[in-house]
Ligand binder design. Structure first.
Ligand SMILES: *[C@@H]1O[C@H](CO)[C@@H](O)[C@H](O)[C@H]1NC(C)=O
Ligand SMILES: *[C@@H]1O[C@H](CO)[C@@H](O)[C@H](O)[C@H]1NC(C)=O
Ligand SMILES: *[C@@H]1O[C@H](CO)[C@@H](O)[C@H](O)[C@H]1NC(C)=O
Ligand SMILES: *[C@@H]1O[C@H](CO)[C@@H](O)[C@H](O)[C@H]1NC(C)=O
Ligand SMILES: *[C@@H]1O[C@H](CO)[C@@H](O)[C@H](O)[C@H]1NC(C)=O
Length: 741
């Protein structure tokens, strides 16, 4: 039964990719040629010949590429789709040329002549889908501002064929609500600000950070068309948003009889910003709003038939009655198929794992069975850590995608569960009667810990795990810097066995280092790895500075690893501070506090300032870029500053999306640390107890001052990374080794 259902589900999903014409093949090949030219420049790109042929996929219909040629002849890349050809191209660049395409700067030094592919190399992916993004990725990346630039879609071509494309959703919602009779003011009051759109979409939030300027919508409309054009040109499938049931309260003014339920609050927000209204699934208005939204959306943007909607993401449903949950689920689906009979619903399975006490077997089953098999595509969002497919019999036979979530809030801080990621997809595929149809990356934020995403890129095309992760990370290091170097390779092996081999409680996808948390006397400083490995990796990476100082990825990693070492040191000096304070020893307290607040933190800000990827100025510039006036730019910037720090007006989700950026360290974390440490000293000197509550009140004021500040920050790096890293190393490494901070 299950196996047959899985086959049927797969059968339907297969249809989605069928029906391409010769015109599509030519267009996709052209898109990959343009990608090549962007990556390598027009000259080197001319040494490749790219074509797309659907028939290469044979009966399986699974993306396939074939590589041949090189060694003096053109390198021939053939793909069953544009994305398959792009994956083949990336495979060639990676495994034959030793290149690396990365957020932190690509290493595309090509050997000459281009290496030959000895035999024709044909590879088919076992994954119908290689998926990308989390409902929050957009909001936690790009400065909380506009959407992916072309370079981000180029990065995607190595890894994925299915991705969210939710830009401009607000514009369509707004048109729908205007058509229903709401006023512009009512709609503006409902929408959240640009850095908080993801949570408004999921019904968690409304109003906070808004209202959106009207120019925002037009820019988003233009951007969404560009994103869709680019994605489709490769044959990627964009997932459009659909109506999940959340509505502005004002709908009850226009339709006084309408049946709505007010949901509970979310994320320490009060009901001024959360407690969204949910349209009752039985209400006749539900299909009207749902279909109107999708009709308007697909009229504007066309469709590839996959739609994302999340009604109960981190939102407790008003009733745990299976019949209610089934009705609520069916209503969302019915509104989709009323407009698009081929609709497939992409659901984030996060709800089941986030509130397991609510989502017992009958509740889970009610949702999964309310949609015909094969029409619900479930993302097992955090499968590397807490897979849901194992306890739901493969989502009751609905197809699912094994996703690595990796991080919450896009924090800096080195971490990853590479062993679990490596084994996960193959294990899910081998699960009895598995309905797995793909692998995915569902990070809340992008732009850190690239090694994790590099591994996942390969797993999207592998049938089994990488056999030897140690060897893999060694070659990763060589490709990343374009040079095989003993020191850097040894450094990466140490990182693999420490920060990138996390498991257990301490490792939960968040950077909880005291450095980026509001200080208290109760902070946890334990980590899942041996700190010596980080300091040794730091030393080893520095041994390569004479050879690699001009490699952008090397410099990025040197900043990142120095940052990590400072993060460790902050924890250690904080422990000294705490011990000294509790023992009432003023001199040791002053010493440790002085080093932490007046040496370490300023040095951290300096080294971050030396790389363009670690600048608050660049982060805020991304947010400001959407503005058409200085007032708007200021508004976007403020949204972004809130998200990085307090999240809500009163520190509602404090430091969740913490980053380590030059400017943010100097003007947000440092003043807070200084206030904490000075309060401790004052308490000891004057013999009065330290009041955490009072400190928090003052820390909140500091946070608000930072969020509202109009201070501008450079978006160009300053200072030399290597010099700065060496200085820090020479000062602190000997202390660490001697065990005397
Ligand atoms: C898998 O499906 C087969 C055939 O439908 C069934 O007999 C078996 O119990 C299923 N196994 C599991 C673990 O669900
Ligand atoms: C919610 O909190 C905000 C400040 O965070 C406050 O201004 C508002 O009055 C509160 N609303 C309610 C309903 O308590
Ligand atoms: C309103 O909707 C709720 C939830 O779907 C349902 O239980 C209730 O019966 C509805 N009330 C009316 C008056 O239709
Ligand atoms: C990761 O940790 C596990 C134990 O938790 C261990 O078995 C494994 O060998 C480690 N992997 C590496 C690469 O060090
Ligand atoms: C941590 O690593 C260092 C060297 O890398 C080693 O000497 C030490 O024994 C390790 N400590 C533990 C607890 O494993």
């Amino acid at each position: 039964m299950q196996a047959a259902a899985a086959a049927a589900a797969l059968g339907f999903l297969l249809l989605l990719l069928a029906g391409a014409s010769a015109g599509d093949e030519a267009r996709e090949a052209e898109a990959v040629r343009a990608l090549l030219a962007r990556l390598l420049g027009p000259g080197p790109a001319a040494a490749f010949s790219v074509s797309v042929q659907r028939s290469l996929a044979a009966e399986s219909g699974l993306d396939t590429y074939r590589l041949s040629g090189g060694g003096g002849a053109p390198v021939r890349v053939l793909g069953s789709t544009g994305v398959a050809a792009a994956a083949g191209l990336h495979r060639y660049l990676r495994d034959f040329c030793g290149c690396h395409v990365a957020w932190s700067g690509s290493q595309l030094h090509l050997p000459q002549p281009l290496p030959a592919v000895p035999d024709e190399l044909t590879e088919a992916t076992p994954n119908r889908y290689r998926y990308y993004q989390n409902g929050c990725t957009h909001s936690y990346s790009f400065g909380g501002g506009t959407g992916p630039a072309g370079t981000e879609i180029d990065w995607m071509t190595e890894r994925i064929n299915l991705a969210l494309a939710w830009t401009a959703r607000k514009l369509v919602s707004s048109q729908v609500y205007l058509a229903l009779g709401l006023t512009q003011l009512e709609i503006d009051e409902y929408f959240a600000g640009p850095a908080f759109l993801a949570w408004e979409r999921m019904g968690n939030l409304h109003t906070w950070g808004g209202p959106l300027p009207h120019s925002w919508h037009l820019k988003q409309l233009y951007l969404q068309h560009r994103i869709l054009d680019r994605m489709r040109s490769f044959g990627m499938i964009p997932v459009l948003p659909a109506f999940a049931g959340h509505v502005p309260k004002a709908i009850t003014r226009v339709f006084p009889q309408v049946n709505v339920t007010q949901m509970g609050s979310w994320g320490h927000f009060n009901c001024s910003y959360s407690c969204s209204f949910l349209l009752a699934p039985e209400d006749p208005l539900f299909p009207v709003v749902g279909s109107l939204f999708l009709r308007e959306l697909t009229k504007e943007f066309g469709t590839d038939h996959v739609y994302g909607a999340d009604t109960f993401n981190e939102m407790q449903p008003p009733s745990s009655e299976p019949s209610y949950l089934a009705t609520a689920t069916a209503a969302v689906y019915q509104a989709m198929v009323a407009v698009d009979p081929d609709a497939v619903w992409l659901l984030q399975g996060w709800l089941f794992q986030h509130q397991p006490q609510f989502w017992g077997p009958p509740q889970v089953e009610a949702v999964l069975r309310a949609v015909p098999r094969g029409r619900l595509l479930v993302l097992d969002l955090f499968a590397e850590s807490q897979p849901v497919y194992v306890r739901t019999a493969s989502f009751q036979g609905q197809p699912f995608i094994w996703c690595m979530l990796h991080n919450f809030g896009g924090n800096h801080g080195l971490f990853g569960a590479l062993e679990a990621v490596n084994r996960g997809p193959a294990a899910a595929r081998l699960f009895p009667n598995s309905t797995m149809v793909g692998t995915g990356m569902a990070p809340e934020g992008i732009g850190q810990n690239e090694v994790v995403y590099a591994l996942m890129a390969e797993l999207g095309w592998r049938k089994g795990p990488v056999a030897d992760l140690g060897a893999w990370v060694t070659s990763f290091a060589a490709r990343r810097y374009g040079v095989s170097h003993e020191g850097t390779e040894a450094a990466w092996r140490l990182l693999l066995r420490s920060v990138y081999n996390c498991s257990g409680e301490a490792c939960n996808g968040h950077n909880r280092s005291p450095l980026v948390r509001r200080p208290s006397l109760q902070m946890v400083t334990t980590v899942w790895y041996n700190r010596s490995d980080v300091f040794e990796a730091w030393r080893l990476l520095l041994t390569a500075t004479p050879t690699l100082a001009t490699s952008p990825s090397f410099r990025y990693d040197l900043v990142d690893l120095t940052r990590q070492a400072v993060q460790e040191l902050v924890s250690l000096y904080y422990e000294e501070v705490r011990t000294a304070y509790l023992n009432k020893e003023l001199v040791p307290l002053l010493r440790a506090a002085g080093i932490l607040a007046y040496e370490l933190l300023p040095s951290l800000d300096n080294i971050l300032a030396s790389d363009s990827h670690f600048l608050l100025g660049s982060w805020l510039a991304q947010a400001r870029a959407a503005a058409v006036s200085e007032a708007e730019a200021h508004f976007y910037e403020q949204n972004s500053r809130y998200q990085l720090t307090l999240w809500g007006p009163e520190g509602n989700i404090l430091d969740y999306a913490n980053k380590q950026l030059a400017g943010l360290v100097a003007d947000y974390y440092t003043p807070r640390w200084r206030l904490f440490l000075e309060t401790l000293v004052d308490s000891l000197v004057r013999g009065i107890p330290f009041q955490q509550h009072q400190f928090e009140t003052h820390a909140l004021q500091l946070g608000q001052t930072f969020a509202l500040s109009t201070r501008r920050y450079p978006s160009h790096p300053q200072g030399d990374t290597v010099d700065l890293a060496k200085k820090l190393f020479l000062k602190y490494y000997p202390r660490w080794v001697a065990g005397s901070l």
